[in-house]
Design a protein around this ligand. Structure first.
Ligand SMILES: Nc1ncnc2c1ncn2[C@@H]1O[C@H](COP(=O)(O)OP(=O)(O)OP(=O)(O)O)[C@@H](O)[C@H]1O
Ligand SMILES: [Mg+2]
Length: 313
């Protein structure tokens, strides 16, 4: 049984179809990334999964509980970081009091509350700020408190809407490490909305790209890596002026396409096994200072841009 199983999930706001017949399976312990442009329907999906919004049709089973039939149980086993979570912390209470309040609300045993808060706040580098009023913390620090709040009751499924959007690079890295660690150690399942493609590529083992409420592409990392490899490009790094190299490259019949940047040319080469050597010889004979010719690892960003471009047609 999958930990999150979404079937024909649809959410309308009047005429607008924010989530359109979504189907998705996410297994326990995996880290899933939902990607898509602004207004694609990511947050709406998270809100429906966390039972904050009722679906228009279709349903989802989260940790064994149907969101329509057992919303209370779903809430008990999920941890939620809403969009702009920094606004959802009580400003007139301290960081510690916020967490204590929610721990009690979640029914965390009284003696377990302080150690749980301490562990999380220490991890987020906030223990020494625990008595500061939340309203006096920076946006990113309030976001960290909200993340602690989502994790406090050791939920089995975490629904995180742009968890690192307000965080500095060091804090973002910590959060990524924490997510990886928790998914391994406690088999917690993560459902993450994000615009940070590099982060998703590094962290998630399954992704989906949605636009206008429709999933355009979904797959696990291995499958996507396969797709990415189909559009392999080569990076030619040059010292000095690249224009002589451009002049050569544009006339070679085995160069399918090229794209220039400051000191590199990105190439699509036909039959690279045979033609890479020819290319290098042609460039070196013409006196071009070639620093490197290497496979350019396609990124999730390449795939995303291609899928979104295709979807917008
Ligand atoms: N409460 C609401 N009432 C009416 N329309 C809404 C409501 N919430 C969201 N929408 C609309 O639903 C669509 C999906 O919005 P959603 O917030 O899910 O997008 P998103 O993918 O999270 O975007 P972003 O990346 O900007 O956070 C948008 O067109 C939005 O305007
Ligand atoms: Mg959103």
């Amino acid at each position: 049984m999958e930990e999150v199983s979404i079937s024909h999930l649809t959410k309308n706001f009047g005429e607008l179809i924010a989530v359109n017949d979504m189907n998705l399976e996410i297994s326990a312990g995996s880290i899933f990334g939902l990607l898509g442009p602004n207004g694609a329907g990511k947050s709406t999906t998270t809100r429906v999964l966390s039972t904050l919004l009722k679906p228009t049709s279709g349903t989802a089973v989260v940790g064994g509980h149907d969101i329509r039939e057992d919303p209370v149980q779903v809430r008990q086993i999920t941890g939620v970081l809403p969009e702009e979570a920094n606004h959802t912390i009580y400003e007139a209470m301290s960081a510690y009091e916020n967490l204590q309040y929610f721990a009690r609300l979640y029914g965390v045993a009284e003696e377990a509350i302080e150690p749980a808060i301490k562990e999380l706040l220490e991890f987020m580098d906030l223990w020494d700020r625990k008595d500061d009023l939340a309203g006096e913390l920076s946006t990113g620090n309030r976001q960290r408190v909200a993340l602690c709040r989502a994790l406090l009751h050791k939920p089995t499924v975490l629904l995180l809407d742009e968890p690192t959007s307000a965080l500095d690079p060091v804090a973002s890295k910590r959060v990524r490490e924490l997510i990886l660690d928790l998914s391994k150690k406690y088999n917690q399942t993560f459902f993450i909305n994000s615009h940070n493609l590099a982060e998703v590529q590094r962290m998630c083992n399954k992704i989906a790209i949605i636009d206008e409420g429709k999933i355009l592409l979904a797959g696990d990392t291995a499958e996507l890596r396969h797709k990415l490899r189909a559009q392999q490009k080569y990076k030619l790094l040059i010292r000095g002026d690249i224009s002589p190299a451009e002049g050569i490259v544009k006339d070679l019949n085995y160069i399918k396409s090229y794209e220039s940047a400051i000191d590199t040319i990105l190439l699509e080469i036909e039959n690279p096994m045979d033609n890479n050597v020819k290319l290098l010889r042609a460039l070196l004979d013409a006196g071009v200072n070639v620093m490197e010719l290497a496979e350019d690892e396609a990124t999730l960003e390449d795939l995303y841009l291609e899928v979104i471009k295709g979807g917008a047609k």
